[in-house]
Design a protein around this ligand. Structure first.
Ligand code: BG6
Length: 483
């Protein structure tokens, strides 16, 4: 389906995000004829590039997988580059340039602004956007994370953008919400009776949500050292996963109803107790380029949280993220209660676990017990597995593709609403205050030992690693014991 005719305006177009994610995603939409071929992609950047230099800078054949030269050629004819410093722009000149471009391309006055910029210049970008707020047609504006550094700065930012935009014009990106398996959490829970009925405190013992990374800060130390894992990953991605996992069934598919439900979860989080949060910093972090040598920024965070909703009474949610860990994966493991009454052979059942594998091997797995062959009643846990790319093929849209398409279609469900952001910052500000300074952990480990102790204190333990049959030939090794 082609979207309505509209102009795309990319602010911060010479940055990394634009060339690694946004332009390649636009190419894929273009390839699938999901983006209007009539309208231009107007790229604003500070660098003094000619259009040719800008296109060269984008390194299209490097960042677009299996690109077709003819399509690349077509895409580049739609790109217009305007050198513009946000601090010094002349409103009238810019407006005229835009009008001229719209006329040349015979484009409607619908506009999608994508702010691939640091939040510190959002208010300057707002001055540009304001020039078009009286135009006919729709105006939608996409904001990248981080949306603030704490509650106070997020509120300030929100006040400044809502002074020129309505909430329904604002799309706050969380790229995790564009991931295919994240979108599948909703389907799994609400389109399958099997899971719908089992998803509550009487059946579930606890939930583990993990985003583990092998990479370190790389070349983002300037940003990361001021942010840390809690603000970089927990406030947005992991709390969104938690919200989708724990939300009540919506009464309809209306985006606002769905966002009411996820908003309810974030508002019902019980502030974390100081003993239930562990921060870590990988060994050698302070030697990284651009990191303060006395930095106490955390590169790892793990905590336990309860949700004050009848569905989740007494069910702890364990969340964990970190850089330079042993493995790259993100998943949600829902661990069910299990019955020990029949456990008289010394070989006890393992709890059922539903694993939503977000990456890298996206899919869903269910661990359950079967009887070993023979006369004895000894049981063994096995895995029933759905592999997304084995079933649907390898061309699942990238997160940014689905994000852009949603904005073009005016579909806000996969974007954070202000009330969600506000409550996530409230929770995270408290968590950061409650936390002790970070423990040092070895690179390539699963994080500081203290985070294991955090789970063990309530008789549980982390199920480390991605659970996927494609990782090992031996199923018994796939499924770590989860007593
Ligand atoms: C970003 C964080 O939002 O998400 C990065 O700023 C992190 O620090 C990245 O590496 C992880 O995203 P993904 O899609 O690779 O899991």
């Amino acid at each position: 389906m082609t979207t309505e005719n509209h102009m795309i305006v990319l602010l911060g177009s010479t940055g990394d995000l634009a060339k690694r994610k946004i332009i390649p995603a636009l190419y894929q939409l273009f390839r699938k004829a999901q983006v209007s071929v009539q309208c231009p992609i107007v790229c604003l950047g500070r660098r003094e590039y000619t259009k040719e230099q800008f296109i060269e800078h984008l390194e299209l054949s490097r960042f677009i997988k299996k690109s077709d030269p003819q399509l690349i050629e077509q895409l580049t004819t739609q790109i217009v580059y305007i050198q513009q410093d946000l601090k010094t722009f002349a409103p009238e000149v810019l407006k005229q340039q835009f009008d001229q471009i719209a006329q040349t391309y015979k484009c409607s006055s619908n506009k999608l602004f994508y702010l691939a910029l640091p939040a510190s210049v959002f208010s300057q970008a707002a001055d540009i956007i304001q020039l078009f707020s009286g135009d006919e047609g729709w105006l939608r504006v996409v904001f990248e994370k981080p949306f603030g550094d704490d509650l106070a700065s997020a509120e300030e930012l929100n006040n400044s953008i809502t002074s020129v935009l309505q909430e329904e014009q604002i799309y706050r990106v969380d790229h995790y919400l564009g991931k295919e398996l994240v979108q599948n959490i909703f389907t799994l829970r609400f389109h399958n009776e099997l899971f719908r009925w089992a998803w509550h405190c009487e059946a579930i013992d606890h939930v583990q949500i993990t985003a583990s990374e092998e990479l370190g800060v790389e070349d983002r130390a300037g940003y990361y050292d001021k942010s840390g894992a809690v603000r970089d990953m927990i406030q947005n991605h992991l709390l969104q996963l938690l919200s989708l996992t724990a939300m009540e069934p919506p009464l309809s598919n209306d985006p606002e109803e769905i966002r009411n439900r996820t908003g309810e979860v974030i508002q019902s989080l019980i502030p974390v107790h100081q003993d239930d949060v562990v921060l870590g910093q990988y060994e050698g972090y302070t030697d990284e380029n651009g990191v303060d040598s006395n930095s106490t920024t955390e590169t790892f965070a793990a905590f336990k949280v309860y949700i004050d909703m009848p569905r989740w009474q007494g069910v702890p949610f364990y969340l964990k993220t970190g850089k330079k860990l042993d493995e790259r994966y993100a998943d949600i493991k829902v661990v069910f209660k299990h019955n020990d009454e029949l456990c008289n052979t010394g070989d006890c059942d393992q709890p059922n676990v539903v694993v939503i594998r977000i990456q890298p091997d996206d899919g869903i797995a269910i661990a359950f017990n079967v009887k070993r062959p023979g006369r004895s009643m000894i049981t063994e846990p096995v895995l029933m597995d759905f592999c997304h790319h084995c079933h649907f093929g390898p061309n699942t849209p990238e997160a940014y593709e689905s994000i852009l398409l949603n904005v073009m279609q005016g579909e806000p469900t996969a974007f954070a609403r202000w009330d969600w952001i506000k409550n996530s910052w409230k929770f995270v500000d408290h968590l950061r205050q409650a936390a002790q300074p970070p423990y040092i952990y070895s690179q390539g480990s699963t994080g500081p030992a203290e985070s294991d102790a955090l789970a063990q204190r309530s008789g549980r333990h982390w199920i480390h690693g991605e659970i996927s049959p494609r990782r090992s030939q031996q199923q018994t090794q796939i499924l770590p014991s989860v007593s």
